[in-house]
Design a protein around this ligand. Structure first.
Ligand SMILES: Nc1ncnc2c1ncn2[C@@H]1O[C@H](COP(=O)(O)OP(=O)(O)OP(=O)(O)O)[C@@H](O)[C@H]1O
Ligand SMILES: [Mg+2]
Length: 265
């Protein structure tokens, strides 16, 4: 999950998509790669009391298994010290591949590894792009910034060229969508006009449940299993799997991906 814009639902999407995929029988790991540690906290992990964290995994070569906590899904936990990882990594050879290396031993143990990234295009997000097969970009419909997306595409294009030829945008996810307002509908139209089929059909609407659930250390799926919020993320999980395996699905998206990077230049 990446978007350098803050507060667009990267963390909310990482957790709830992970839990929805788990519910649908997939083996899922959610990796917290943000020093804010919101993902870890939203599963009730006490991030101040952690011994070993993602910092140690990236910088000191600790094993990823040491930082995985079994919650609703497996969560590789982070703490605030991750803020120092970019500096600590910057002098190291292979600094962009630290996460890729760290995940290698557990890749086969999971069907999906979802990575939550900070609101920046720095070394942590680049590590995520190097380790990933695809990027899901949550976009807040109200404060739509196509310029921001172009910047993200620019970084991704460089990663694609120099570090990971497999990575591409697999989906753009409209979040906090309010179809009752003209602004919401117009923002949505603009998004689809510009990005076509790479935009998920699933739209995540706005509800206070998303703010309430993390306080309880739960996903919205555990917090309000029959609510709309849970339904949206279940729908997204089905769409994500369908794009992976569906007839022609991945191909269609690949085409959109090409058009996207063309536009970014
Ligand atoms: N669909 C939604 N409707 C209403 N509120 C939402 C929705 N999704 C997320 N939120 C709330 O918006 C805030 C930002 O969400 P979140 O933390 O997931 O964004 P983020 O992109 O991870 O932020 P950051 O860039 O700081 O990491 C949170 O308080 C969250 O509970
Ligand atoms: Mg976040």
């Amino acid at each position: 999950m990446a978007n350098q814009k803050g507060g667009v639902a990267k963390t909310t999407t990482t957790l709830n998509l992970a839990v929805a995929l788990r519910e649908q029988g997939r083996r899922v790991l959610a990796v917290d790669l943000d020093p804010q540690s919101n993902l870890s906290m939203s599963q009730g992990i006490d991030v101040e009391g952690l011994g070993v964290t993602m910092f140690d995994v990236l910088v000191r070569g600790s094993s990823i298994a040491e930082v995985i906590h079994a919650r609703e899904v497996d969560v590789a936990a982070a703490g605030i010290e991750l803020a120092g990882a970019e500096l600590a990594l910057s002098g190291m050879i292979g600094r962009e591949r630290a996460l890729h290396r760290a995940l290698a031993p557990v890749r086969e143990a999971y069907d999906y590894i979802l990575i939550d990234t900070p609101p920046s295009l720095g070394l942590l997000t680049i590590n995520a792009m190097v380790a990933a097969d695809g990027v899901i970009v949550p976009v807040q419909c109200e404060y739509l910034s196509l310029r921001g997306l172009a910047q993200l595409q620019g970084t991704l294009a460089q990663v694609h060229e120099h570090l990971n030829p497999h990575v591409r945008i697999v989906g753009i996810l409209p979040t906090m969508f309010d179809g009752r307002t003209l602004h919401g509908r117009e923002a949505m139209e603009l998004l689809v006009e510009n990005f076509g089929p790479v935009v998920y059909r699933t739209r995540i609407g706005k509800t206070i449940r998303f703010a309430e659930a993390p306080v309880r250390g739960e996903s919205v799926i555990a917090y309000d299993p029959n609510g709309q919020a849970a339904r949206w993320y279940r729908m997204l999980a089905r769409e994500v799997v369908e794009r992976d395996q569906g007839p022609g699905g991945a191909e269609g998206v690949e085409d959109a991906g090409v058009a996207l990077s063309g536009e970014a230049r």
